[in-house]
Design a protein around this ligand. Sequence first.
Ligand code: GAP
Length: 549
Amino acid sequence: MSLDVTPNQRPAPTRNMEQIVSLCKRRGYMFQNSEIYGGCNGFWDYGPLGVELKRNIKDAWWHDMVTSHNDMEVLPGAPAIYSMTGIDSTIIMHPQVWKCSGHYDLFHDFMVDCRESKKRYRHDQIVGRWVQAKGKRIFATTQTSEQELEQLERQAMKFFKLRAKNKEQMEWDGDVIALVDLDAEHHESVLAPDAKTLDTLTEPREFNLMFKTTIGALGGENDAAFLRPETAQGIFVNFKNVIDSTRFRLPLGIAQTGKSFRNEITPRNFTFRSREFEQMEIEFFCHPDASGDWYRFWRDRRMQWYQDLGLSADRLILREHAASELAHYSIGTADIEYAFPFLPTGEYGELEGVSHRGDFDLRSHMEGKLTKELELELGEDGKPKHRGSGKDLSYRDDLTNEKFVPHVIEPSAGADRAALAFLCEAYCEDQAPDEKGKMQTRTVMRLHPRLAPIKAAIFPLVKKDGMPEVAKKIYLDLKKHFNVFYDDKGAVGRRYRRQDEAGTPYCITVDGQSLDDQTVTIRDRDSLKQSRVSIDECVAAIQEGLASQ
Ligand code: GAP
């Protein structure tokens, strides 16, 4: 038997960030971290629905990229067969790892502080526009955001002490430009984003984004360690271990998921830029001659993965970096970007970067930190600035006997950004009949069934006449196969609505007829169609329904 489902019936999502954030909190997708103490900026917790969603994303990624990968046949678009495996390395690693990877010297942003408001900003995120009133010309600024023009106006009105009805007295001059592009001689005219007086911003200062900690109780500066800012380095330093302990040959992808930490200066846009987040990274090791083809393969394969799980191609772009943006050893870098609703129309936010990294990382861990020109970077004393491990991390092909340092293609995704994109894409308000058949607006999370936190909910129509007993039995049977939910509280229409908000693809209702003929109704979240199914076939019907999309 099969369910009466209508896949791909997807009205456009309702792209209102405030409503999405409110639903996430109300229904337990995400909470502000340490909320009872006022929150901790840049840190987010996942609630009961959110933890399942993120786990499903990571499981789908691991399943699709690693465990179910077919290493016996050439995949469409791939230059050859390849293998995939995984590791799980630690968050704190030998400090030398970050010196050789370049993070110790180079992983920083420029920040400016406001002497008046005591606020701190990322220098590259301040924009402004010249404005003149009452005989004075200033450069009003704000942080980049969708409302930047309104904020600039409010800032300038406050400075000139103008009421809204007199705002025409302000004459705007030129376009909005980045503060970094403003000539230094104009800095005394700058009105900082939250200041009331001019020229309150400090000079930009470098700020390393790695969180520092200390190993051991007596640790001094020499015992300083860092929370990893990416999972990738754990894979590079284990490359030789993986090759030596397995029978894998190249091309080989090594995958890892896990937490990464970056002390972002301005965390924002809900979970988009957090200080603690999870990555899903693959380092794909291959022969240098084939690396260009592998780069193109991975770029396209990863782009397709997001679409297969429900992100619309209309809201996704693959942005190839211009040649001028690339490190010279790199043949290409492409960002997979999504049109998040908090961004201005036409702008996209990065979900994943796919980079061709050449042999930069393996060689750095062998020889020491390399310059952009791939030469050993020397300190003032003429010795290597940061010494490498001295270990041979090259690869010998046992068939051709060729020895080489592999090139690496790196598809590097963020699990939290993926979760946020899937939530934004899923949030939808449409019209559905209530229990009296009257059309009402409903909020529904049209999550792909593989990602939905709860796969099916089971309801007895009423809490009597033996219906709860039948429903509980179905619930326990289904629980062996999927994450399911039992609900017997309130009107059945309201129970449906709660599951719609949770993104549950199927609701199973035990009613009077169930007691006579051992059947139940299964309601499809998206099409709202109801099918009558024998109780014995419930598991198979849900399995089939989940697999059909
Ligand atoms: N190993 C390469 C690397 O880490 P990245 O572009 O800095 O590259 C990869 O990060 C992915 O990690 C990004 O595309 C994004 O999805 C996620 N990510 C990076 N910084 C993040 C942050 N502050 N908050 C949430 N996700 C972040």
